[in-house]
Ligand binder design. Sequence first.
Ligand code: FMN
Length: 178
Amino acid sequence: MQPTNVLIVVASETGRTLRMAEALADGAREISKTVTLTSAAEARNEQLLAADAIVLGSGVHMAGMESSMRGFLERTSPLWMQGELKGKLGAVFASAGAGGRGGGELTLISLLATLAEHGLLLVPMHNRLDHFAAAGCHWGPLAETNPGATGPGPTETQLASARAHGRWVAECVARWSS
Ligand SMILES: Cc1cc2nc3c(=O)[nH]c(=O)nc-3n(C[C@H](O)[C@H](O)[C@H](O)COP(=O)(O)O)c2cc1C
């Protein structure tokens, strides 16, 4: 099996999506040799070029992705001009507020749309993955956090869902790269 490289880029103002990213990275490390986690503010285009799979995660702000993620994605346009990311694998995850109906799915779809614009092959969350029903949707893991709950979230179930998806993405990239 070829050594594979998974890059996770996350926008997380209060740490919840970051905890999902860390769980997703743990899952990916079960398969992939190199797993890198970086913030959207610090992510560089060279890291995208070096990756076999790119996973984007964002907190939901005003029914969409965080502005630091949008800014990062706009900085990738020179790569788009040259089609340099086509054929890599891509996946997404997000953390929304209580109820998750304030744009959680829209955020996931919007992240996927940018990856599709770059020509990535999208890896959705299939419904046999751990905790799909409780903490995911077909676009990717979606944590619905509740600031009024005892802990800030995500819950252990939501983190397990992110871990399962990370492992699945890494498994897909290993198959694709072989
Ligand atoms: C400025 C701002 C806007 C937000 N807007 C939404 C929203 O439109 N819909 C929603 O479900 N949650 C919204 N939230 C809640 C966050 O999405 C939620 O707390 C999320 O888990 C934060 O992720 P983070 O800790 O990674 O930043 C908002 C939070 C902030 C700070």
